[in-house]
Design a protein around this ligand. Structure first.
Ligand code: C2E
Ligand code: MG
Ligand code: MG
Length: 762
């Protein structure tokens, strides 16, 4: 249903409500109008329910049963109007309506049964409800068995008192009921009030001259209105019934039930009807009260537990940790291990919070098992929030516990059909043996050590040392400066500089292009390499800004070189995966190129961290679009990650860049890895580039194996733009003329022994 239609139907409900209230008021004031009003609302309410059911199409039969119930009640009221008093037929019709009402309750109860989860508190709630209803039932039965004359009034009143109490309990313990449910509940409560008032006057139905009829009119009207409100579809849904408030609110909901025995006693007394022996009511009342006390205890315990435990993992929270810390320390002192998952944010961002939660639960299981294995009952695991866990253990076994925790988290965690890798960084703070350290200070120290572990690359444990605080302060300052640098408010924080490292044709040594590598020229620390600040970029969520800054810088530089008439060679730019997750990336890159009038084939993009890209990432679409426009895509650092062949199929890759760590092994005769990559690349029609070539031997061996391209200190270090241009792109030429070939880098040419040059794909 459109929201427009819903709004209209809500407006209709409220205008009708005003009408019904006015009608009920008029009936009260003008006795002559009563018969007409009763007939009109009886028929109107049935029509409204039918109209609502047709309009909103709710699931299940509950609303149709409501229509039948109202039709029966309306007919009963009509008969009273016609005959001037309640005939046996009128009473029977109304009782049939009551039976249908009971049918609705059973129908709904059956539907919600599948949704319930039993808890100790829930079981006690059920016991109290059953005790109260059983008392009402027994009272009714006793009245019927001993009954002389008409006891139906007492019977109805007794049942209604119990039902009213259950309704009140229900509303008090649910949260955010839909409007339609509220209207239904008020209508039911008014019906019960009507029944009770009639019973106290000794009738089953109000007589034509009684003002009480306005109550009936009102309740029938409200039933009808509940059916036309747009929320009517959820009024009988199982989830409406299972959405609960806190344990204390559920406890509050029990209070109306406690009053039932007293109310039953009062009904029996005022009507003088013979029911159960007098003593039964106080006894049942005492039982109900005792059950409620037990229920209160369960609720309080649950609240106390909630205050000291984390709702997701059920581990101790910070307060729970404080309690554990407050207990007597063992002889050798205690240590606090603070553990933070590496890249948890990425899991959340990539796969959603449900997968993140499932991961946290598995991490909890591993942490608890690992701690128990080493420290037994002396270890206490807590969760401080997010992906931060702490373990409090005797100092004697702290190192062993840290070791176990890291090993426990090293294996991938299966969640749904994913296998998530979660390294962790652990900071350890030892309590001084001279005396206990306040918990807040202990956490701060462990946090500082954890930070050191993280900046060391993660997946490690580091013990706190006072000198680390300075380092943390330094990084904190750098983080702030980095944010300012990348947000354009660059005053006093230096500037970014892109350096260019030539890429060469391995055999000839001729430059084929360059890789753009960012540096931060810092006013205090000088030229910072990516290793000094990329971790900070990532932890401050600045990846995309950095990539954009470098991309813009490189495209502008290409345009400048073009304007200077220099040799046009492509430049490869590194992209982080945050950029790849940006669905607008392709559009932005193409606009950038078009604005600077730089041909797309001069821009190459290097993708890294490819192991983390989920199947539904927009990266494949982005890269395909850029590739179609002429931008090449290179797979960086091949051989270090978990590069699946699948990625080579999913992304339009043209070049595989084999990582330096693989290249280093090549001279020691270990060429199989490179040979394997070459074979695969050949089969897929890709080129291979070897990174980090430092010696002529490495180059010769790589050429021998058949690697076409390379990059490394042997040929050139990364150079500032001007130096690169002068060395590789040739001199500034006022007129464009046929350029000479690029210069030879890294010494004389190497003759390839066998070079199975694959035909490049795309
Ligand atoms: P990368 O993309 O694999 O870049 C190659 C790195 O290897 C560069 O380090 C380069 O200076 C270094 N290298 C090149 N030849 C040799 C060699 O012969 N021996 C040795 N030992 N190293 C060599 P750099 O510039 O420190 O960059 C490190 C990493 O930082 C890069 O690895 C890349 O992942 C990242 N990075 C650099 N610039 C950017 C950038 O603009 N954006 C993004 N997102 N990441 C960047
Ligand atoms: Mg790279
Ligand atoms: Mg690389």
């Amino acid at each position: 249903m459109t929201s427009h239609r819903a709004a209209r139907s809500a407006r209709l409900t409220w205008s009708l409500l005003a009408g019904v209230l006015l009608a009920a008021g008029a009936v009260l004031v003008v006795p002559g109008w009563r018969p007409a009003a009763v007939v009109a609302t009886s028929a109107g309410s049935v029509l409204l329910v039918v109209a609502g059911a047709v309009l909103h199409r709710p699931r299940g039969a509950a609303w149709w049963l409501v229509a039948v119930m109202l039709a029966l009640w309306g007919s009963g009221a009509l008969l009273v109007q016609v005959h001037g008093h309640a005939t046996a037929a009128a009473n029977a019709t109304v009782s049939a309506g009551q039976a249908v009402a009971a049918g609705i309750v059973v129908h709904v109860a059956r539907r919600r049964a599948g949704d319930r989860e039993p808890s100790p508190g829930g079981r006690l709630d059920l016991l109290v409800t059953v005790a109260v209803l059983a008392l009402a039932g027994a009272q009714v039965l006793a009245a019927l068995l001993n009954g002389r004359g008409d006891v139906s009034g007492v019977v109805v009143a007794t049942v209604d008192v119990a039902v009213l109490a259950v309704l009140l309990r229900f509303t008090a313990s649910r949260r955010a009921l839909p409007v339609s449910s509220w209207l239904l509940l008020v209508a039911a409560a008014l019906t019960i009030a009507y029944d009770l008032s009639c019973a106290l006057h000794g009738h089953r139905l109000a007589l034509p001259d009684e003002p009480l009829q306005s109550l009936g009119v009102l309740s029938l009207g409200l039933f009808g209105l509940a059916a036309v409100h747009p929320t009517m579809t959820s009024a009988f849904e199982a989830r409406t019934f299972t959405r609960r408030r806190s344990p204390s609110a559920a406890l509050l909901g029990l209070l109306p039930l406690v009053a039932v025995p007293a109310a039953l006693w009062w009904v029996a007394r005022t009507r003088g009807a013979p029911g159960l022996p007098d003593w039964t009511i106080p006894v049942t009342g005492a039982i109900v009260a005792a059950l409620c006390l037990l229920r209160a205890r369960a609720a309080l315990r649950a609240s106390e537990h909630l205050a000291e435990h984390d709702p997701l993992t059920d581990l101790a929270n910070r307060r729970g940790l404080a309690r554990a810390h407050g207990e007597r320390a063992p002889a050798g002192g205690r240590s606090l291990l603070l553990l933070d998952l590496d890249d948890f944010k990425q899991v959340n961002d990539t796969h959603g919070h449900d997968v993140g939660d499932a991961l946290l639960l598995q991490v909890r299981d591993r942490l608890v098992a690992a701690t128990r294995e080493v420290a037994g009952a002396a270890g206490a695991v807590a969760r401080l929030g997010g992906d931060e866990f702490t373990v409090l253990v005797p100092t004697a076994c702290a190192a062993a516990v840290a070791d176990h925790l890291l090993r426990a988290l090293a294996a991938p965690v299966p969640v749904e059909d994913l296998r998530l890798r979660t390294g962790a960084s652990v900071g350890i703070a030892h309590e001084e043996t001279s005396g206990p350290v306040p918990l807040a200070e202990l956490i701060t120290r462990a946090d500082v050590a954890m930070y050191a572990a993280k900046s060391g690359g993660g997946s490690r444990a580091v013990s706190y040392h006072p000198a680390m605080r300075e380092e943390v302060a330094r990084r904190y300052t750098l983080s702030g400066q980095l944010r300012r640098l990348l947000s354009g408010r660059a005053a006093g924080v230096g500037h970014l500089e892109v350096h260019y490292q030539p890429l060469v044709d391995l055999a000839s040594g001729r430059a084929t292009g360059a890789e753009a590598l960012v540096r931060w020229f810092h006013p205090e620390h000088g030229l910072l390499a990516p290793a000094d600040f990329l971790a900070l970029v990532r932890s401050n969520d600045l990846d995309a800004q950095l990539d954009t800054a470098v991309l813009e810088g490189v495209v502008q530089q290409l345009a400048r070189w073009r304007d200077q008439g220099r040799r046009a060679l492509p430049v490869a730019v590194n992209l982080t995966r945050t950029s790849l997750d940006d669905p607008d990336l392709a559009g932005r890159v193409l606009t950038l190129l078009a604005a600077a009038d730089v041909p797309a084939h001069l821009l190459h993009l290097e993708i890294t961290e490819h192991e983390q890209l989920p199947l539904d990432s927009p990266a494949a679409r982005t890269l395909t679009r850029l590739h179609a426009a002429g931008v090449e895509v290179h797979l960086d650092d091949y051989g270090t990650g978990y590069t699946a062949l699948d990625y080579l199929r999913r992304f339009p890759v043209q070049v595989i860049k084999v990582d330096r760590s693989v290249v280093v092994g090549v001279v020691e005769g270990d060429g199989q890895l490179v040979a394997g990559v070459l074979a695969m690349a050949g089969a897929l029609g890709l080129r291979v580039l070897a990174e980090g070539i430092e010696t002529p031997e490495q180059r010769a061996r790589l050429v021998e194996l058949g690697v076409q391209q390379g990059q490394g200190y042997l040929f050139s270090r990364p150079l500032p733009a001007a130096a690169y241009a002068d060395r590789v792109l040739g001199p500034v030429r006022p007129r464009r003329e046929d350029p000479t070939p690029p210069p030879v880098l890294g010494g004389a040419a190497v003759r390839p022994v066998s070079s199975p040059a694959p035909s490049p794909r795309g």
